[in-house]
Ligand binder design. Sequence first.
Ligand SMILES: Cc1cc2nc3c(=O)[nH]c(=O)nc-3n(C[C@H](O)[C@H](O)[C@H](O)COP(=O)(O)OP(=O)(O)OC[C@H]3O[C@@H](n4cnc5c(N)ncnc54)[C@H](O)[C@@H]3O)c2cc1C
Length: 488
Amino acid sequence: MRTPEQYLASLRDGRRVIYRGEVVPDVTTHPHFSRSARHLTVDFRVAEDPAYRPVAIVDDSDSGVPISRYFHIPRTPNDLRDRSHLITESTRAAWSFVPLIKEIGTDALFALLIVTGEMDRQINTAFLPRVQAFYRRCRDSDLAMAVAQTDAKGDRSKRPSEQSQPDLYVRMVERRRDGIVVRGAKAHTTNAIFANEILVIPTRAMTEADADYAVAFAVPADTPGLTMVGSPRGFSATSEFDNPLSSRYSLTESLTIFDNVFVPAERVFLDGQWQFAGPLARTFVEFHRFTAASYKPPVLELLLGAAALAADANGIAGAAHVRDKLARLTMYLHTVTGLTSAAAASPRLREGIAVPDVVLTNVAKFQFARGYHDAVRDVQDIAGGLVVTGPSEEDWRVPSIRRLIEPYLQGRAGWDGEQRLRLMNLIRDLCASDLGGYLEVLAIHAEGSLETQKLTVLMDYDVGQAAAYAAQAAGLPAPAGKSAVARR
Ligand SMILES: Cc1cc2nc3c(=O)[nH]c(=O)nc-3n(C[C@H](O)[C@H](O)[C@H](O)COP(=O)(O)OP(=O)(O)OC[C@H]3O[C@@H](n4cnc5c(N)ncnc54)[C@H](O)[C@@H]3O)c2cc1C
């Protein structure tokens, strides 16, 4: 397993990164990116910490040596439970910001192992050995990985091959004896800039006409022709006093552009087998939404805890409407954690790999996303207007100004002006800042927008069972086959 220092050194490899109009020569020393890079070492630091070691390291029966638990292929409900626990705990250690450099990559590796295994058997291809070799390389070198799934997509009502510009979905432009050449861009790729390997998989089901878009592969981050344009959104703050979270931690998404990138054959995992693009996209998401539901609880705990503290600071903790809001925030947190535990407890085995319960995982992610803005509203309501009207750190640092304003910021007995202001700053950072807006959009769209969870639930759950039950109760004949809603 690598140390944090070894991980950081591995990022100094000449990768092509652009940020705010400039080429970034070294992401580990760049004023903005060095903060992200340091934050992401949490996955490596947790593995070294005796308190976390039992959760973070596992004696792997496949490899015969201790490995990072992220790479441990889940075979049982306990494996899924422990993986979820590690994701939650490392996110909590980073004050609710999931590191996402091993979590998402292993989600994709598990999906690739399953789908190429099924594909090889069904249509006589030979991709599984390549995926297995690549998986072992990532595991044994303890690599950081990003997953580029979401394409640029252009007109959402059209398929990849129907777009007015052919590169709006990543596609194969040339097939060579020793590999393929790909072109196009993937959008919103979290932490590709800080990964060793970029895993690329399809974002949707394809038809035969889309065969050139049915590609999956992996490339190192310094591959010629690969450019990552980093987004500055969400983490622009610099003052720890004003923005205690977003000034210290950050996640970075990129537009990840493949400009005629050559991918050697041993790194190609799908090249035109369009019937398997959909299953691969969906299987990845089945793991990834479970990861998502596992990393959400710490931010919900922060919202609940901040609301409880603000209620106390403002002297309204006993008010009926406040207790109602705190109860709802508590139930929201437990809805997500409870559904995630239940999803781990009832997996489906595919190719000997435990896939978390699909319906429960999607309900967990949906409930989180659907409830997020309501939770933010309740926290803002309890905290009051000081969240956005308070003085700045610069005012606070000048003794004469501080003496002038501090008495007016105090709350209930026990809450002096500084304590209450620091709490309001935390709430602003979470709920009413550049970061706050980023988190709201993340809640809705990351791991797939709300409608995709509904679609998945209706695809996986046979509503016909309930229809048959209702038909019986009404004295009607049992409906034939799956219900109309499930067939759509
Ligand atoms: C913070 C963040 C991090 C992310 N990290 C990653 C990552 O690491 N890797 C990755 O691959 N992706 C990542 N994503 C991408 C994420 O999965 C997508 O944002 C999400 O799937 C929505 O896609 P979109 O942004 O293109 O929005 P759209 O798909 O355009 O959605 C906008 C609206 O259009 C609707 N819509 C879309 N298509 C149709 C249609 N055909 N018919 C009817 N309605 C439609 C949607 O339901 C939604 O209401 C990330 C996103 C965010 C916000």
